[in-house]
Unconditional design. Structure first.
Length: 126
């Protein structure tokens, strides 16, 4: 079954992949901007609306690494997230993933667009 993506998903994915410099965070393969082989991976699945658009929950992963961490080695992905965020922030992320959040894709799109704009502006300044 194909995952349905809306404008908010597409904008947020572009932000995450840009933030991670179009590089897989597991195998460190560099991709060209816009390459569909690099995904926006959600540690806590996309069904959790409360962390669906949470940048601490997401990483740029290539297709192979996304499948590996998503299906075969969740423990390695968990260890990566703890190293990336620290124990305290990982626990807070887990708490957020279990909270209810009403779906508001218009607002999620606006926030994702602003995050991407701010990131691109700050990366061009440096």
């Amino acid at each position: 079954m194909r995952i349905k993506l809306d404008k908010a998903d597409i904008m947020f994915s572009k932000y995450i992949r840009s933030r991670d410099n179009w590089t897989c965070q597991r195998c460190h393969t560099k991709y060209q901007e816009g390459d569909p082989g690099l995904h926006c991976s959600h540690y806590f699945g996309r069904s959790s609306e409360s962390t669906r658009f949470d940048s601490e929950n997401c990483d740029a992963l290539c297709f192979g690494c996304h499948q590996y961490w998503g299906e075969r080695d969740r423990e390695e992905y968990r260890d990566f997230k703890i190293k990336q965020l620290g124990e305290k922030r990982f626990k807070l992320l887990r708490l957020r993933s279990n909270q209810y959040k009403k779906k508001d894709r218009k607002m999620s799109y606006i926030i994702a667009k602003k995050l991407l704009e701010q990131f691109l502006k700050s990366s061009n300044v440096q």
